[in-house]
Design a protein around this ligand. Structure first.
Ligand SMILES: Nc1ncnc2c1ncn2[C@@H]1O[C@H](COP(=O)(O)OP(=O)(O)O)[C@@H](O)[C@H]1O
Ligand SMILES: [Mg+2]
Length: 267
């Protein structure tokens, strides 16, 4: 396991300050601030259309904010190209896993190891001219074991159930040595058992590797179970933040969810 020794648990890795994003007349985000800390899971919740995915897009350099700043690893990266974010060891997963159907699980991890811009899948074409080296084999062995993927190492990505494909994506982020990991609705479409495996694993790698994890989830109970701190968006604004106990009893949060869905809040 690659424990990153040069950062302390609890230090701020990602700091979004006063972020605003407008899409034409739509104020998708208004003055939103969020911090994500090393070795902690940070939850981001809010009803549909609240701005969660837009905030992750800003945090990963895909969406440039109209105002506000993004600091990553104590560096101002506002407006920089996504590659700069990747070099600052930021990675994100997408709701639909971005895997290559013809490659097996180990090959996906080798791809990630060989990518030099820390974006899973980006080394694509060049990667398979070369044989897998002993060093690469050992690194992938270790990752496969860590994520419980050893048994499917030789299976093609397209044969795998969705829950396993999501784990492969996380394994790719770890192969890139990512230290800040953004997960947008990673348990959408997973069975209860797959969700349990996935969330246990996220918590474990977050702690073992001192990674700052930001998770956007529809499943509020899951977020409240695994997060140290939770941020709540509604109509593009941060309406509350705090530890799970605070969020569970927040009247503002309950009001935001009323009428949008049967509130999953277990209060
Ligand atoms: N590319 C875009 N162009 C125009 N409007 C957008 C775009 N992306 C998001 N929006 C709007 O911004 C708001 C926030 O969307 P989003 O961040 O996807 O919310 P969430 O992830 O919380 O469901 C919504 O009103 C959505 O319709
Ligand atoms: Mg979304």
């Amino acid at each position: 396991m690659t424990v990153v020794a040069d950062t302390k648990v609890g230090e701020v890795r990602l700091e979004l300050s006063d972020i605003s994003v407008n899409f034409g007349g739509v104020k998708a985000l208004q003055n939103v601030s969020l911090q994500a800390r090393a070795g902690q899971v940070t939850g981001l919740i809010g009803p549909n259309g609240a701005g969660k995915s837009t905030l992750l897009a800003v945090a990963s350099g895909i969406q440039r904010p109209n105002s506000g700043t993004v600091r990553l690893e104590d560096q101002d990266v506002t407006g920089a190209r996504p590659q700069v974010y990747a070099h600052a060891r930021m990675a994100r997963t997408f709701q639909a896993p971005q895997l290559v159907p013809d490659l097996d699980v180990r090959q996906h991890l080798v791809l990630a190891l060989r990518s030099n811009d820390h974006k899973p899948g980006s080394a694509l074409k060049s990667a398979f001219g070369k044989r897998i080296t002993t060093d690469e084999f050992e690194k992938t062995e270790q990752l496969l074991a860590e994520l419980g993927l050893a048994e499917v190492a030789a299976n093609g990505a397209s044969e795998l159930p969705l829950g396993t494909r999501r784990l492969v994506e996380v394994a790719q982020c770890l192969a890139c040595d990512s230290r800040t990991l953004l997960l947008d609705e990673p348990t959408a479409g997973l069975s209860r058992a797959e969700t349990a495996v996935f969330s246990d694993l996220v918590v474990r790698v977050c702690h073992d590797r001192n990674i700052a994890v930001v998770i956007v989830e529809h499943d509020i109970d899951l977020v409240l179970d695994i997060s140290s701190r939770v941020f709540v968006l509604d109509f593009g604004q941060l309406i509350d933040e705090g530890d799970p106990g605070h969020i569970r009893s927040s009247k503002k949060v309950q009001a935001a969810y009323l009428g949008t869905m049967e509130a999953d809040l277990d209060v």
